[in-house]
Each structure stands twice: as structure tokens, then as C-alpha cells.
Write a protein that binds this ligand. Structure first.
Ligand SMILES: *Cc1c(COP(=O)(O)O)cnc(C)c1O
Length: 396
């Protein structure tokens, strides 16, 4: 039997009719960027996540950049984050000129070790950026209470966690801003790049709306004021006419071109209806793995406070590459996330990263042990059983 690591085709074949009709609609209306489809999708995500605002953007990476900028993170500021994530988490911090401060992880769930956060806080710390890695939410109560005590912002990296819950609340509604990715392989994946930020804070939402569109327009003017700048009275009080609009082509902040397009919003709007079902199937598959895999591999242990959306199913073993090789030979796909912890990435050095190459033993150890097994909603029970059989046979 062949079990690919991921198969997006099966999912699309089931919903292709619905998607084609929506895409045809986009072409009929020729509102390719922004417009009604994006607005509806933003409203649907805000409702799904349980926040007042949701702002679409170009990618999960951009979502993090917009969130950091909106939270007032400036060049030279420090942002505390995990050493065990996809590179974009730390890249976004560096992209705004801030310094990532990497913290080690728990061995049980691969998330940031909250007991090590307080000691890393300095005068320069502006924010904490926890990542709900593989879909399992971090210990958010602990993180929020540390942040409150020190007056820090909390930006969630929810790229892998759409639909995940912490104490009955959705990931993306737990910190100051939630950052989502709709990269095609994510649990809610588009037909291209896409992202979203979620927040309950009107000021943050307005700043992010402004930044995604060159810091322009009325949002830009408001954002400038929120960030402490003064908009000239003459502009604010100028009468808007058809010919003279003081907000159009007036830019108030250096922003980005980071808009969500209507084709992505249409595809994602359709898939959002099925997301809870997709995630439920992922949890069933995870349970089959946990119940039946040999005890010679270590499966993740999650707190009873969390419901994971199982973006990935990760196991730990001392023979990471040998096992992957064996699985591949038996036509089972697998992933090796993440082989290099962030504080050891070549892109970082002592100039752009405070604790480059220090000893973070758990992250280093886990990066040498993790193998991700296939987990996608369309996997049949037979496929899951075959993967289990292959892993268990390897260890016999
Ligand atoms: C995918 C991912 C991102 C980046 O999202 P893009 O949409 O690819 O830019 C950021 N953080 C994590 C944890 C991710 O998995």
C-alpha cells in the first residue's frame, strides 16, 4: 500500500464543483483583491475563532510581521519565542528589526517551556510569541499572566492551530493577536498563499488593516494616530469629494502590499465549512496512532486543557533518519520537522539573535528525534493501520 505524507487531491476532488462555481463568480465580478468575498471570509474567521476582528493578508509570515508592527515592536526590541518552530516564526521577528530570544521547549508537547520565560525578560522585551506547534496550544494561562505582570504583548503563531482549543477557547483568541496561515498544506489551506490576523483590539485591527495596504487611506491616518503620530487637522477635517479625497493616495505609515485575494478567500470560505470535520478525522487518526504504535516510539502527551487540531502527528525516536528511510522504502511518506532548532539556523548570528547557538538541550535533542507520520483527513483506516504496521515492524 502507498501512503503519501499528504494528498490534497482527494480533498479537492470532493469539493471541486463548489469551488469552481465560486471562482467563476470571482471572474464574473472581477473583484480580484479584497471585495465582498474577502470581507465575508474575514467575518467568518472572526466568528469561527471568536474574536471581534479578522484581517486577511498575504501569508502566515506576513500575519506575524503585521502583528509585531501593530504591537509596536521596533528595531532593537526583544521578542521571546520558542526555539522549535518553522523558520518563519523567528524570521518575522528579525524582519521588523527586532531580536528573537529563543526559549527551550517541553519534551512532552514540543511547546515553549513557560517556566523559562520570566528569566529571559529584559528592559528591551516587548512581546512573547508562542507557537502552538503541530496544532497543540501552549500553556496560555501561564504565558498571559507573565505578559500581564511585565506589560508585554502576546502574539500567537496559529499557523498550525486553526480549530485547536485551549480551555474551551479557540487558538487565535487567546493572546493580543492571532496569526494564521492558509498555505496549501495547513489544516485550512488555500490554492496559493494566504494569511489572517485575529484580534479583539480595534486599534490593533486598524493598524494591521492599514499596514497590509501601504499604510494608506483612512485606516492609515487612524493607525498613525494610534501609534502616537499626529495627523494634520487639515487632512482629518478636509471634506471628501469625488475629485478630492484626502485619504486616497495619502500614505501615513510605511507598510506592505499584503492583501488577501478573492480567489483564496472563496476557496477558504468553502473549506472552512468542512474544517471541524477535517480536524475531527485528524484526531481519530491520532488516537489510532497513540493506541497502537509500539511503545518504542514516544508519542506526544498533551494537557487535558488542550484539544489539538493535529496539524502534524509527531513521534520521537533515536533512529529518526533510519526510520524515515524504512518508511519511504515501504511507500509511506514522512516528515522530519524540525531538524534544525531556530537558534542554530545559519541565518542567525550574534548580531541579529541574542542567544545564537546557546545550549537549549531539549530543542536540540528533539530536533534529532522527531518523525512526523502521515495525518490528513482523507486517510482511510487501512492506510493508518498500514503506517502503524510499518513503524512497529521496523522496531521488531
Ligand atoms: C506555515 C507556518 C508559518 C508561515 O506561514 P506562511 O503562510 O507559509 O507564510 C509560520 N509559522 C508556522 C509555525 C508555520 O507552520
Amino acid at each position: 500500500m502507498k501512503v503519501p505524507f499528504l494528498n490534497l487531491k482527494i480533498q479537492y476532488e470532493k469539493i471541486m464543483k463548489e469551488i469552481n462555481a465560486e471562482i467563476e463568480d470571482v471572474f464574473k465580478n472581477t473583484a480580484f483583491i479584497g471585495g465582498e468575498k474577502v470581507k465575508v471570509f474575514e467575518e467568518n474567521i472572526a466568528e469561527y475563532v471568536g474574536t471581534k476582528y479578522a484581517v486577511g493578508c498575504n501569508s502566515g509570515t506576513d500575519a506575524l510581521v503585521l502583528a509585531l508592527r501593530a504591537c509596536g515592536v521596533l528595531p532593537g526590541d526583544e521578542v521571546i519565542t520558542t526555539a522549535f518552530s518553522f523558520f518563519a516564526t523567528a524570521e518575522a521577528i528579525a524582519a521588523v528589526g527586532a531580536i528573537p530570544v529563543f526559549i527551550d521547549i517541553n519534551e512532552s508537547d514540543y511547546n515553549i517551556d513557560v517556566s523559562k520565560i520570566s528569566e529571559a525578560i529584559t528592559d528591551k522585551t516587548k512581546a512573547i510569541l508562542p507557537v502552538h506547534i503541530f496544532g497543540a496550544p501552549c500553556d496560555m494561562d501561564a504565558i498571559m499572566s507573565i505578559a500581564k505582570k511585565h506589560g508585554l504583548r502576546v502574539i500567537e503563531d496559529d499557523a498550525q492551530a486553526i480549530g485547536s482549543m485551549y480551555k474551551g477557547r479557540k487558538a487565535g483568541s487567546l493572546g493580543d493577536v492571532g496569526c494564521f496561515s492558509f498555505y496549501p498544506t495547513k489544516n485550512l489551506g488555500g490554492a496559493g498563499d494566504g494569511g489572517m490576523v485575529t484580534t479583539n483590539d480595534e486599534e490593533l485591527a486598524t493598524i494591521m488593516r492599514a499596514l497590509r495596504e501601504h499604510g494608506s487611506g483612512l485606516n492609515g491616518a487612524k493607525a498613525l494616530e494610534y501609534l502616537g503620530g499626529a495627523v494634520e487637522d487639515t487632512i482629518v477635517n478636509e471634506k471628501v469629494t469625488d475629485l478630492y479625497n484626502p485619504y486616497k493616495y495619502y500614505n501615513y505609515l510605511i507598510g506592505y502590499n499584503s492583501r488577501l485575494d478573492a480567489i483564496q478567500a472563496s476557496v477558504l470560505n468553502i473549506k472552512l465549512k468542512y474544517l471541524d470535520g477535517y480536524n475531527e478525522r485528524r484526531r481519530q487518526i491520532a488516537k489510532m496512532y497513540i493506541d497502537n504504535l509500539t511503545k518504542k516510539v514516544v508519542t506526544p502527551v498533551y494537557s487535558e486543557n488542550v484539544v489539538s487540531c493535529f496539524h502534524q502527528f509527531v513521534i520521537a525516536t533515536d533512529c529518526k533518519y533510519e526510520l524515515c528511510d524504512y518508511l519511504n522504502k515501504n511507500e509511506v511518506g514522512c516528515g522530519t520537522f524540525y531538524p534544525v532548532p531556530l537558534h542554530e539556523q545559519k541565518a542567525f548570528n550574534s548580531d541579529n539573535c541574542k542567544n545564537y547557538n546557546i545550549d537549549l538541550p531539549v530543542s536540540q535533542m528533539m530536533s534529532e528525534k522527531t518523525v512526523c507520520l502521515p495525518i490528513f483527513p482523507e486517510m482511510s483506516d487501512d492506510m493508518v493501520e498500514y503506517v502503524i504496521e510499518c513503524v512497529n515492524k521496523y522496531f521488531e
